[in-house]
Structures are given as structure tokens and as C-alpha cells.
Ligand binder design. Sequence first.
Ligand SMILES: Cc1cc2nc3c(=O)[nH]c(=O)nc-3n(C[C@H](O)[C@H](O)[C@H](O)COP(=O)(O)OP(=O)(O)OC[C@H]3O[C@@H](n4cnc5c(N)ncnc54)[C@H](O)[C@@H]3O)c2cc1C
Length: 408
Amino acid sequence: MPTDPTYLIVGASLCGAKAAETLREEGFGGRVILLGSEAERPYERPPLSKGYLLGKEDKSVIYVHEEGWYAEHDVDLRLGVTVTAVDPAGRTVTTADGESIGYDRLLLATGASPRRLAIPGADREGVLYLRTVGDSERLAAAFRSGGRVATVGAGWIGLETTAAAREAGCEVTVIEPEPTALYRAIGAELGEVFADLHREHGVQFRFGESVSELRGAGGRVEEVVTSSGAAVPADIVVIGIGAVPNTGLAADAGLEVDNGVVADAALRTSGAGVYAAGDLANSHHPLLGRRVRVEHWANALSSGPAAARSMLGQDVSYDPVPYFFSDQYDLGMETAGLPEPGTYDQVLYRGDRPGREFIAFWLAGGAVVAGMNVNVWDVSDDVQALIRSGKKVDPARLTDPDIPIAEV
Ligand SMILES: Cc1cc2nc3c(=O)[nH]c(=O)nc-3n(C[C@H](O)[C@H](O)[C@H](O)COP(=O)(O)OP(=O)(O)OC[C@H]3O[C@@H](n4cnc5c(N)ncnc54)[C@H](O)[C@@H]3O)c2cc1C
């Protein structure tokens, strides 16, 4: 007798949970198994460096679904289960406790992990990373008024954590080898907007310096030694030097891996019946004409469902304009597109950049390729539409705040 097909999802976070939801919404009647290493049911990570870290939001805000949702939707959620091997030929996975689980279709949504600092003293007590809810709780407990915090890395996680540490009353020094904050994410000019914001909140920066050693006594960190030889006193060191995709399972299974698991626009990997989505996937992006791996919340939210539809045999071409948001102190921003260095030749502004109420547009060949609205709201959809259109724009109209973006 034929059995119900089993669709297995490895990685029970935002991407995996949204994929499970979509399978049921689309009427899939087979088995849905969602396996995750963490003990918590699927949750969202943005609050971990913002409201939840600041103690302003309750833990209930982080979860993707209510506790009872999985059983109600016949999703077999198994927490604390790590998959250690995938056999695409035999269509089975093996878990850490030796269980073998068969599947008809497999979605890999194993996400990413913090890049580790590999220098002497990096294993000292007081050296903290931020990825999981437990990490966030450890940081919240460590940020005490008057405490000295050194943040390694002026990227999004480093800066949001810095803002939380300042709001908790800590003295914070940020150490970053690039010339300013967010340099590789948004370029020097925009990076300075964020560096100034933090300076105004009393944060010290050491740009152009890397970290060479974490020194201390009795196993605890006490100071950060930088490449210039300076010693920055620190009770807590927060490492925010990026994330690396969790590709080990896929690589061991012989799937194509290149800065993530390689996938086509339908999120199919090189393995028959195996799909990849979320932070893990480096998928072909038809709009951008190249492969991209996007480590953003909105991508996890929408690529999980796209992969689920693809698993169901629907025609999927996954190509949203990448979208990201951040909150630091009283600054809120949204970015559409990927303003990576080398992808644009001009940056134009609409609004008040010094007053931090503006929209920045990155252009290539006269067309908008990315946009960032800072303390300006309800424009991101129009910015995304402008990017998607690929049309050349009139700079005077683009920068005129009286002309709606939809009419530029
Ligand atoms: C602190 C923080 C703040 C952020 N803030 C923002 C923000 O403001 N805006 C924004 O756009 N993005 C933000 N992001 C990024 C966003 O959270 C990620 O893009 C998103 O979490 C990716 O979701 P995912 O499901 O693909 O992967 P992940 O969230 O990484 O989840 C992958 C899951 O798979 C599990 N797993 C891994 N390997 C295995 C295995 N072998 N077996 C079983 N389970 C496994 C992991 O334990 C994990 O639970 C933030 C990220 C962090 C860490």
C-alpha cells in the first residue's frame, strides 16, 4: 500500500517553520517533519538584538507560531534533534542519536552561525556571541550599568548590540578594521551616518584596527589588544564579525556548496529532491542575474514558503528585492536591494541626511539598484518597485521630496 509522502525540513527556525506552514496552507496532506537542534520552538532573531535584548519586549514576541500550532497543523516538530548526515541517494537523514528518517522531499534550512574569532584568548569567559535566544539572555544579564563592553565588528549585529549596551548604561568601545561602520554593507558615506549616531550616544570607535589578543586573568577577559598595540579594558567582549552558513551537512552529502548551498531560482539544490532556503541558500536570483545568499529576516520569511511551493511541484522563480531593517536608539531604517561595493556608481539623497531623516538611493548606470529609508516610513514598497523596474531615473525628481517615489 502506498504511504503518505514525507516532506522533511531540517532547521526549525523562521525559514523552516514558514515552509511547514506553507505546505499545510497549500493543502499538502502527507507527513511534515520539522527537525531542529535548538530546544526552543521556532523563533525570530531580530528581537534578540533589539527589544528582547533591551528588556522592552516579552519573550512571547519572538515565536513564529503559538505553541499549539504545530500539533494543530499536524506538523511533527522535533526539537533538540540535530541531523548529522543526509543521504540524498537513499533519501534518508540520520540524527545525532542514530535515528534514520526517510523522506520524499527534503528542505535544508540550517541557517548560519556566528563567525568565530580565532585569536589568543578568544575562549575566555566574558567573550560573547549573539545568534540564539540563550545568547541574547546572556548578553542582557551581562550588560550592567557602568560595565565596560568592547564590541568587535561594526556590522549590524555589533552596532545593535552596542546600542543595547549603551542603553543599559555600559561604556562601549567598538573595534573595526574598516574605515567606518557598516563599510562593506552600505559604503563609507552611509556608514558614517551610523558611526555618528553612536558617537552622539557616547560610543568610542577604533576604526582601522583589528583585534589581536584577548587578555585577562583567572580565565576571564579583561582587555582587548588591538593591532595598533592599544589595550582596551573590557568586562565583556561582544563578537559581531559576521555569520557563516551551516553547509556541513550539504557538503558531506555531496551537494554543491559555494558560500552556502547552491540552488536554482526554484530553490532546488544539486541533489534530487533536496531544496535549500533561508540564510543557508545561495540561489540564482533572476532579477539580479546572479546567485545571492541573503542573511535577512525577510528572506527567511519568504524563501521558506517559496521552497515549500517548489517542493509541491509548483513553478517557482524566487526573486524578491532583498529587504532588511534595523533599529538603533531612535533610528529606524529599511534597506531594499543589496548596496554592496562595486555594484553602484552613484549615491543620491532625498531629505535631511545630517538630521537622519532621509532616503539614500544607490544607482548603477542611472537606475536605482538599492535604497535605504532612515526614519522615513511607508516608502520601502515603492523603493522596491523602483529597483525592480530597472528604469533610468531623473536625479532631480528622485531627490525631490515633493515627488512621490512611485512617480519618479
Ligand atoms: C541577533 C540577530 C538579529 C537579527 N536582526 C535582523 C534584522 O533586524 N533584520 C533582518 O532582516 N535580519 C536580521 N537578522 C537575520 C535573520 O534573523 C536571519 O536572516 C534569519 O534568522 C535566518 O533564518 P533561517 O531560518 O534561514 O536560519 P536560522 O535562523 O539560522 O535557523 C537555522 C536553524 O537550523 C538549526 N540547525 C542548524 N543545523 C542543524 C542540524 N544539522 N540539524 C537540525 N537543526 C539544525 C539551527 O539550530 C537553527 O535553529 C538577525 C539575526 C540575528 C542573529
